[in-house]
Design a protein. Structure first.
Ligand SMILES: *[C@@H]1O[C@H](CO)[C@@H](O)[C@H](O)[C@H]1NC(C)=O
Length: 142
């Protein structure tokens, strides 16, 4: 029994990524009580995001309202952080309007001197920059 639990935990860890989309049938997921907090994100039509912390990815997705999750509690990110959805990260084309955003990198980018950020001309170009996890509107402050 114990071995199975350890194996399950290992599998979960392997699948744990920074950003994970919820399956469309997430409500049917069978969840275990496991503490591996994630921040669940839902986008509103006005562009705002609702962020709520859940015990794990499965529980976040099983309520049926979360689009995707990000590793860690919501409170571990700045309150003004707007996460890039998987679709936004993969955007192939962006409009050219000038509305600068500061993009903060995921853990792939090793950073010695914070903030680990990159400034782009608008949110679309910022999110589609490789390894950007979330954006904050405006210029990057150093
Ligand atoms: C960081 O983001 C890139 C996509 O921009 C992704 O391929 C990579 O897996 C992410 N790294 C982590 C640690 O999640």
């Amino acid at each position: 029994m114990r071995k199975i639990l350890i194996l399950a935990a290992l599998v979960c860890l392997t699948f744990a990524q920074n950003v994970q989309e919820c399956p469309t049938d997430g409500r049917l997921m069978k969840c275990v009580v496991q503490q591996q907090p994630v921040c669940g994100i839902r986008s509103l039509t006005n562009g705002k995001q609702i962020k709520e912390t859940f015990d794990n990815y499965c529980i976040a997705c099983s309520i049926g309202k979360v689009e995707y999750t990000v590793e860690g509690k919501c409170e571990s990110y700045p309150a003004e952080a707007k996460f890039c959805s998987p679709a936004q990260s993969q955007a192939l084309a962006c409009t050219r309007e000038y509305d600068p955003h500061c993009g903060y990198f995921n853990k792939t980018v090793q950073c010695l001197v914070p903030p680990c950020a990159i400034e782009q001309s608008n949110r679309c170009t910022t999110c589609s920059t490789e390894n950007v996890l979330y954006t904050v509107r405006g210029n990057c402050r150093n």
